[in-house]
Design a protein around this ligand. Structure first.
Ligand SMILES: [Zn+2]
Length: 159
Protein backbone atom coordinates (compact mmCIF):
# COMPACT_ATOMS: atom_id res chain seq x y z
CA UNK A 1 0.00 0.00 0.00
CA UNK A 2 1.47 3.36 -1.05
CA UNK A 3 1.10 6.35 1.24
CA UNK A 4 2.28 9.92 1.38
CA UNK A 5 5.29 10.47 3.63
CA UNK A 6 5.74 14.02 4.96
CA UNK A 7 9.46 13.53 5.47
CA UNK A 8 10.16 12.15 1.99
CA UNK A 9 7.64 14.54 0.48
CA UNK A 10 6.14 11.94 -1.86
CA UNK A 11 4.20 8.68 -2.14
CA UNK A 12 6.26 5.86 -0.72
CA UNK A 13 6.13 2.11 -0.14
CA UNK A 14 5.09 1.29 3.41
CA UNK A 15 5.84 -1.49 5.83
CA UNK A 16 4.38 -2.63 9.11
CA UNK A 17 6.82 -2.89 11.99
CA UNK A 18 6.43 -3.92 15.63
CA UNK A 19 7.26 -1.27 18.18
CA UNK A 20 7.02 -0.99 21.97
CA UNK A 21 4.53 1.73 22.85
CA UNK A 22 3.40 3.23 26.14
CA UNK A 23 -0.23 4.24 26.59
CA UNK A 24 -1.97 5.86 29.50
CA UNK A 25 -5.25 4.38 30.72
CA UNK A 26 -6.82 6.06 33.75
CA UNK A 27 -3.42 7.33 34.86
CA UNK A 28 -1.78 3.94 34.47
CA UNK A 29 0.95 3.21 31.91
CA UNK A 30 0.35 0.19 29.73
CA UNK A 31 3.12 -1.03 27.47
CA UNK A 32 2.27 -3.04 24.35
CA UNK A 33 3.94 -4.40 21.24
CA UNK A 34 2.14 -2.26 18.70
CA UNK A 35 2.04 -2.74 14.94
CA UNK A 36 2.74 0.54 13.19
CA UNK A 37 2.77 1.58 9.58
CA UNK A 38 6.05 3.17 8.52
CA UNK A 39 7.65 4.66 5.43
CA UNK A 40 9.83 1.93 3.89
CA UNK A 41 12.41 4.53 2.88
CA UNK A 42 12.93 6.79 5.90
CA UNK A 43 11.17 4.86 8.67
CA UNK A 44 8.81 7.71 9.56
CA UNK A 45 5.62 6.57 11.28
CA UNK A 46 2.52 6.97 9.12
CA UNK A 47 -1.06 7.22 10.25
CA UNK A 48 -3.17 4.08 9.93
CA UNK A 49 -6.57 4.04 11.57
CA UNK A 50 -6.97 0.27 11.56
CA UNK A 51 -3.61 -0.38 13.23
CA UNK A 52 -4.25 2.36 15.80
CA UNK A 53 -7.58 0.77 16.66
CA UNK A 54 -5.94 -2.64 17.07
CA UNK A 55 -3.34 -1.12 19.38
CA UNK A 56 -5.96 0.57 21.51
CA UNK A 57 -7.85 -2.71 21.78
CA UNK A 58 -4.66 -4.41 22.94
CA UNK A 59 -4.03 -1.65 25.49
CA UNK A 60 -7.57 -1.89 26.88
CA UNK A 61 -7.45 -5.66 27.06
CA UNK A 62 -4.18 -5.51 28.96
CA UNK A 63 -5.76 -3.05 31.38
CA UNK A 64 -8.73 -5.41 31.81
CA UNK A 65 -6.43 -8.37 32.38
CA UNK A 66 -4.53 -6.49 35.11
CA UNK A 67 -7.69 -5.43 36.89
CA UNK A 68 -9.62 -8.65 36.29
CA UNK A 69 -12.32 -6.89 34.34
CA UNK A 70 -14.65 -8.78 32.03
CA UNK A 71 -13.90 -8.58 28.30
CA UNK A 72 -16.49 -7.00 25.97
CA UNK A 73 -17.39 -10.41 24.52
CA UNK A 74 -17.90 -11.80 28.03
CA UNK A 75 -20.29 -8.98 28.86
CA UNK A 76 -22.14 -9.69 25.63
CA UNK A 77 -22.33 -13.41 26.50
CA UNK A 78 -23.85 -12.64 29.90
CA UNK A 79 -26.50 -10.44 28.30
CA UNK A 80 -27.24 -12.94 25.56
CA UNK A 81 -27.72 -15.89 27.88
CA UNK A 82 -30.72 -13.98 29.26
CA UNK A 83 -31.98 -13.05 25.79
CA UNK A 84 -31.92 -9.33 26.56
CA UNK A 85 -31.27 -6.39 24.25
CA UNK A 86 -28.48 -3.99 25.18
CA UNK A 87 -31.05 -1.40 26.14
CA UNK A 88 -33.17 -3.72 28.30
CA UNK A 89 -30.10 -5.04 30.04
CA UNK A 90 -28.95 -1.49 30.86
CA UNK A 91 -32.40 -0.72 32.17
CA UNK A 92 -32.51 -3.86 34.27
CA UNK A 93 -29.22 -2.84 35.86
CA UNK A 94 -30.42 0.68 36.42
CA UNK A 95 -27.68 2.10 34.21
CA UNK A 96 -27.84 4.65 31.40
CA UNK A 97 -29.43 3.41 28.16
CA UNK A 98 -26.16 3.26 26.25
CA UNK A 99 -23.99 1.78 29.00
CA UNK A 100 -24.05 -1.85 27.85
CA UNK A 101 -23.67 -0.77 24.25
CA UNK A 102 -20.51 1.15 25.18
CA UNK A 103 -19.04 -1.72 27.20
CA UNK A 104 -19.70 -4.25 24.48
CA UNK A 105 -17.99 -1.92 22.04
CA UNK A 106 -14.80 -1.64 24.03
CA UNK A 107 -15.28 1.10 26.64
CA UNK A 108 -13.74 0.10 29.96
CA UNK A 109 -16.38 -0.61 32.56
CA UNK A 110 -16.66 0.88 35.99
CA UNK A 111 -15.44 -1.53 38.70
CA UNK A 112 -18.75 -1.57 40.52
CA UNK A 113 -20.51 -2.31 37.23
CA UNK A 114 -18.05 -5.12 36.60
CA UNK A 115 -18.85 -6.68 39.98
CA UNK A 116 -22.57 -6.61 39.31
CA UNK A 117 -22.09 -8.19 35.88
CA UNK A 118 -19.95 -10.95 37.39
CA UNK A 119 -22.56 -11.59 40.05
CA UNK A 120 -25.36 -11.76 37.50
CA UNK A 121 -23.48 -14.17 35.26
CA UNK A 122 -24.81 -16.91 37.52
CA UNK A 123 -28.53 -17.49 36.79
CA UNK A 124 -29.34 -18.18 40.45
CA UNK A 125 -27.97 -14.73 41.31
CA UNK A 126 -30.01 -13.21 38.52
CA UNK A 127 -33.08 -14.84 40.06
CA UNK A 128 -32.27 -13.29 43.40
CA UNK A 129 -31.69 -9.93 41.74
CA UNK A 130 -35.04 -10.11 39.94
CA UNK A 131 -37.03 -11.12 42.97
CA UNK A 132 -35.36 -8.97 45.62
CA UNK A 133 -34.98 -5.72 43.69
CA UNK A 134 -37.21 -3.06 42.31
CA UNK A 135 -36.90 -3.72 38.58
CA UNK A 136 -37.46 -1.05 36.00
CA UNK A 137 -38.55 -3.43 33.26
CA UNK A 138 -42.25 -3.98 32.66
CA UNK A 139 -43.93 -7.01 34.25
CA UNK A 140 -44.11 -8.94 31.02
CA UNK A 141 -40.39 -8.60 30.45
CA UNK A 142 -39.62 -9.62 34.01
CA UNK A 143 -41.87 -12.70 33.73
CA UNK A 144 -40.15 -13.70 30.50
CA UNK A 145 -36.74 -13.18 32.03
CA UNK A 146 -37.68 -15.30 35.06
CA UNK A 147 -38.61 -18.13 32.68
CA UNK A 148 -35.23 -17.90 30.99
CA UNK A 149 -33.53 -17.87 34.39
CA UNK A 150 -35.51 -20.96 35.50
CA UNK A 151 -34.49 -22.79 32.35
CA UNK A 152 -30.82 -21.86 32.80
CA UNK A 153 -30.89 -22.89 36.46
CA UNK A 154 -32.42 -26.28 35.63
CA UNK A 155 -29.89 -26.88 32.87
CA UNK A 156 -27.13 -26.21 35.35
CA UNK A 157 -28.53 -28.74 37.83
CA UNK A 158 -28.86 -31.44 35.17
CA UNK A 159 -25.56 -30.80 33.43
ZN1 LIG B 1 9.62 8.70 4.29
Amino acid sequence: MKKYCEVCGREVETEIVTKREMHEVYGETIEVEAQVLTCAECGEELFCEKLDEDTLLMVYNEYRRRHKLLLPEQIKAIREQYGLSQRSFSKLLNWGDKTIFRYENGAIQDKVHNSLLLFLRDPSNMKLYLTENEILLDEKQVAKLLLVVERLTNQKEVG
